[in-house]
Design a binder for this molecule. Structure first.
Ligand code: NI
Ligand code: MN
Length: 227
């Protein structure tokens, strides 16, 4: 049974097959995550969806603190290595990796990717994570795209972590369509309420998903969701 701990924005700490996997570390600069104790965080693997600051602001420090293997697009891996951090697996869309019994696949996301100085950070991505009978899709930042159907062709998802804050990613109506394309009826929302432009109406979002027969969780920072 996977455990999903929400650390705010698109940052989760996932326990899959005994492995601690942290996604898109953005904790200390997140006004909504000030009660999370960064210095106590652990990780075996850090997954990075793309280079925008609201996904990598804490990446270098969390990597150094934990010694985790960082799985990211090739260009982000190179960027980390230039800072002297070597435990990196650079990948690209379509690539898979098998790490201690957990399978990772880097999948397409429809979004941009650059570093804070505007330099090229490769392409934006999502990941499918599969281990010990649990299969989770972490979509990263993305708009709705039919390519998501390919995920349902290959995997039976137990849970999808989908952005739904609108403005920079899908809004909740498109996220519900995405859930249908990937045939997943358990969705955890992310990338919402952190900043004003991505504030959402929780009741409207939940009602919309309910009408489609999809379970939507909109976690508060610090919540733990059992799969
Ligand atoms: Ni982004
Ligand atoms: Mn973002």
């Amino acid at each position: 049974m996977a455990k999903v701990w929400y650390l705010g924005h698109s940052c989760f700490s996932l326990e899959v097959a005994g492995m601690t996997i942290v996604t898109d570390p953005f904790i200390r600069p997140n006004p909504k995550a000030q009660h999370i104790d960064f210095s106590s965080l652990k990780a075996d693997v850090i997954l990075v969806s793309h280079g925008h600051q609201d996904h990598i602001a804490d990446l270098t420090d969390l990597a150094r603190q934990t010694g985790a293997l960082v799985i990211a697009c090739y260009e982000i891996g190179t960027w980390l290595q230039k800072q002297g951090y070597e435990n990196v697996l650079g990948m690209n869309i379509g690539g898979t990796a098998q790490i201690d019994g957990v399978h990772f696949k880097m999948v397409k996301a429809d979004h941009s990717s650059s570093f804070a100085d505007g330099s090229y950070a490769g392409v934006a991505a999502g990941f499918v994570i599969h281990g010990a009978g649990d299969t989770i899709y972490f979509a990263g930042d993305t708009g709705l795209t039919r390519d998501m159907e390919l995920i349902a062709d290959e995997y039976v998802l137990d849970m999808a972590l989908l952005p739904l804050g609108d403005t920079f990613t899908m809004g909740y109506a498109d996220a519900a369509k995405a859930a249908q394309l990937i045939s997943c009826s358990a969705v955890v929302g992310m990338h919402f309420d952190t900043f004003e432009p991505i504030r959402i109406d929780h009741k409207a979002a939940k009602d919309h998903f309910r009408q489609l027969g999809i379970d939507l969780t909109l976690p508060s920072v610090g919540d733990i969701i059992e799969l």
